[in-house]
Design a protein around this ligand. Sequence first.
Ligand code: FES
Length: 106
Amino acid sequence: PKVVYVNAEGDERVVDAAVGETVMSAAVRNGVPGIVGECGGNNSCATCHVWVRGDFADRVGGPGDLEDDLLDLGVEDRRATSRLGCQIKITDDLNGLVVDVPPTQA
Ligand code: FES
């Protein structure tokens, strides 16, 4: 499945992700700027914060409890569509997923 990462300038990076990996790991594997993944996907660093675009927000769903707390504490600009990239598992259903990378991380 394809995942599209958009930076603050509106530049898109299209990545071929594998089913079962996460929005964070696919980004790190492909060197997408701004997705650091410092804690290795353990839901504890928030350096994988993204804003999920448009109708994908519904399909991706909301954060879990732990993730919700970390989003409150650890990110600069939390929005309704904020998620931690390491907590979004790629599925075929999410092919074409578009996420914005917050400028503070780039
Ligand atoms: Fe650390 Fe996602 S990689 S919270």
